[in-house]
Each structure stands twice: as C-alpha cells, then as structure tokens.
Design a binder for this molecule. Structure first.
Ligand code: DC
Length: 226
C-alpha cells in the first residue's frame, strides 16, 4: 500500500509566529504550504465586498463552496488571488482578521471549506498552518506542533510588524483585538483552537524565530525518522 503523504500540522493563536515557522519549514523540506487562515480571510473579504452579513450562514456557506480563490506561488512568495485579483495585502488587516474569526466560528462554513484544505495534501509533503490542522483537518498528521505565547508578547510582535510597515497603531488596541480573536477562536463549539492531544507544545514567548525553528526541526526529524 502507498504511504500517505506526510503532513506537519502547525497550529496556534494569532501572532504566535506560525506563518514564519511554516514558511521556513516549507523552504527547508521543499514541501507544499497551506495557509488555512488565508482561506478564512478571503472568505471574509469576499463576504464584505458582496455585502453579505458575517452571520448569514446560508449565504456564507454558498460563498465558501464556490470561493474563487487561488494561491500563486512564485519562488518563496505566495500571492492570494480572489477572482484573479491579488488580495494578498488586503486580507492582512486586523479588520479582516476579526471578520475571518467570525465566519470561522460557523460550523457549516468550516465544513464547506474542509475538502478544499485537504486537497492541499500532495507529494512530497505538506506544511499546514492554522487552528485545527492537527485536531480536525489532518488529524492523522504524523507531526503536530502547537505554538503558544502570551497575548502581550504576540501583540508586541504584531505592533512591530505594523510599525515596520509604517502603520500608526496603538498597542492597547492591538492587544484588545488579539484578545478578542483568541477568545472567539478558543471558545467556539466546532474545531476550537486547542492543541491536539499528540501535539508538541512550544511556548514561543521568550524564544527567537531560530530557536523555534531548531526545536521544530529536531522534533520533526525524530518523528519522521529523517
Ligand atoms: O491565522 P490567521 O490569523 O490568518 O486566521 C484568521 C482567522 O481565521 C482566525 O482568527 C481564525 C480563523 N481560522 C480558523 O478558524 N481555522 C483555521 N484553520 C485558520 C484560521
């Protein structure tokens, strides 16, 4: 029997460094990358553009089932396209992050996006970044990593990223947005943000990106016997 395509599932709250770690792992192993948060973000953006309420379950499910979303990979850069239009930057705002977290709390919307995410499982392997990669979408993943960090340190990192992009932001506002999003993502009834029982938990609060990468690689190599 063919061996299943291996998956490294990386989950955790917003601003914890999952995106950076996943991109580094995808480059290291030369595997595919799934940014599942981008799918929820594009869904939210598309709903807002079409004036669909973020609570309108049936319209959101229809939208999710027919979402004209593509990821274009050019070297290390991934572009997110909605209806062939580049929305890579548009989906990265705090407003869209909050809206994504709202639509993601609806069970039927999550179910409508399940197969689309599973289709990313392609040889030679997949790095899957999200909230429920290890617990639901790829529960058979041989490697599961859950990154966590205090809300305060995640807000600090986020603030730095935004300042780097010359946005003027208030720390208190960012901390509040992160805390609200966490609360919603952790407490929803379907696929809440929580570590899979067999996940390695790494607290990144006082770790550098390199430390997190090194710990992850060591664990992955052991698990996959590389
Ligand atoms: O990872 P992110 O910040 O881009 O995700 C945006 C929102 O999408 C997040 O607040 C919750 C939701 N999400 C989810 O519910 N499940 C996932 N696998 C990924 C994201």
């Amino acid at each position: 029997m063919n061996k299943p395509v291996p998956i490294i599932a990386v989950d955790g709250p917003s601003g914890v460094g999952k995106g950076t770690l996943c991109q580094a792992l995808a480059n290291h192993f030369k595997w595919h990358l799934l940014d599942s948060g981008a799918i929820y973000r594009v869904l939210a953006l598309s709903a807002i553009k079409q004036a669909i309420a973020l609570e309108d379950e049936s319209q959101l499910v229809q939208l999710a089932l027919n979402l004209p979303l593509t990821f274009n990979t050019d070297g290390c850069e991934v572009k997110v396209l909605l209806n062939h239009i580049d929305v890579t930057k548009d989906i990265r705002t705090e407003q869209i992050g909050g809206a994504a977290s709202k639509v993601a709390a609806i069970n039927t919307v999550r179910a409508a996006l399940l197969q689309r995410q599973r289709d990313f499982r392609q040889a030679p392997g997949l790095i899957a970044d999200g909230r429920d990669m290890g617990s639901v979408v790829f529960s058979d993943a041989p490697v599961k990593i859950f990154l966590d960090a205090s809300a305060h340190s995640r807000a600090e990192r986020r603030m730095k990223q935004l300042q780097d992009k010359q946005n003027h932001v208030k720390f208190a506002q960012i901390l509040q947005e992160i805390t609200e999003r966490d609360l919603r993502d952790r407490n929803r009834t379907f696929a809440p943000l929580k570590p899979a029982i067999d996940a390695l938990i790494i607290d990144t609060t006082s770790l550098s990106i390199q430390d997190v990468f090194n710990q992850s690689i060591k664990y992955i190599n052991e698990k996959l016997a590389l």
